[in-house]
Design a protein around this ligand. Sequence first.
Ligand SMILES: [Zn+2]
Length: 277
Amino acid sequence: MFIDCHAHIFFSPIPKKAVTEDIIGEIPTPTTEFINKMIFNAREKDVSYIIGVISNPKDFPCYQKQLELEDIIHVIGISRNNASEDFSYMMSLLQKEIERKVPHGIGEIGLDYSFGSSNLNESEKNTLKKKQQFLFRKQIQIAKDNDVPIVVHAGYGKDKDIVDIIKQERAQDVGGQIHGYMSNKELVSELLDMGFYFSFGYLHIIEEELKRIIEITPLEHLLIETDSPYHLMKSPKKFILPEDVVLVTNEIAILKEVKTEVLANQVMRNAKELFKF
Ligand SMILES: [Zn+2]
């Protein structure tokens, strides 16, 4: 039995520029037919749970639909990519969905200063940073109010700020999943000491630097994910889907020198402990 610890079952369309001619297989489209097939194919490969993350307020209406699906663990939150949008309006939308049903986690939240900042001057960049940090802090509070963990995007540098905010807001009281972590090895132990779990995907098994992070993460704090459907496999060049968590689990098992079954069971235990299901 496998679990995909981070996937976007309901997602915004893949940008056209990301779809090149050499891609094989189906291009993910947010239709009911595609979503059902994606879940079905995962089940066929023994992926019995998927943690479904909805983190664009535009996709919030899908939360209700996701609640109807079986064996999906629900995570909802506002991504740093939406930080420049109307804060109070987004918060009211989020609260409405939480009132519908308290999710298993708040996410994905976090910081990514590179997003949407290429045309900004220094002071505008600074304002955007501040907005991302404010949004991150507020959502840590929401997670604490509801006693659920956070799911943190911590992919692309500036993770010192993430760790500082986590400490200042005492996010370790609820704990969480550091998803898709790709930087600063030095901060890993600090986050592990606070009880956070690290979640690894396809990129971590193909890049040497990222393999080092897997090596230093104890099995008891390890989760495995696909972040479907936004990433491409190198060879064959196809979009990564929840069923591919089997491949990632196999590769991480080799790296950790344990049997796939042992690792899969441990990841399931970890996910159940963190997300309480
Ligand atoms: Zn994601």
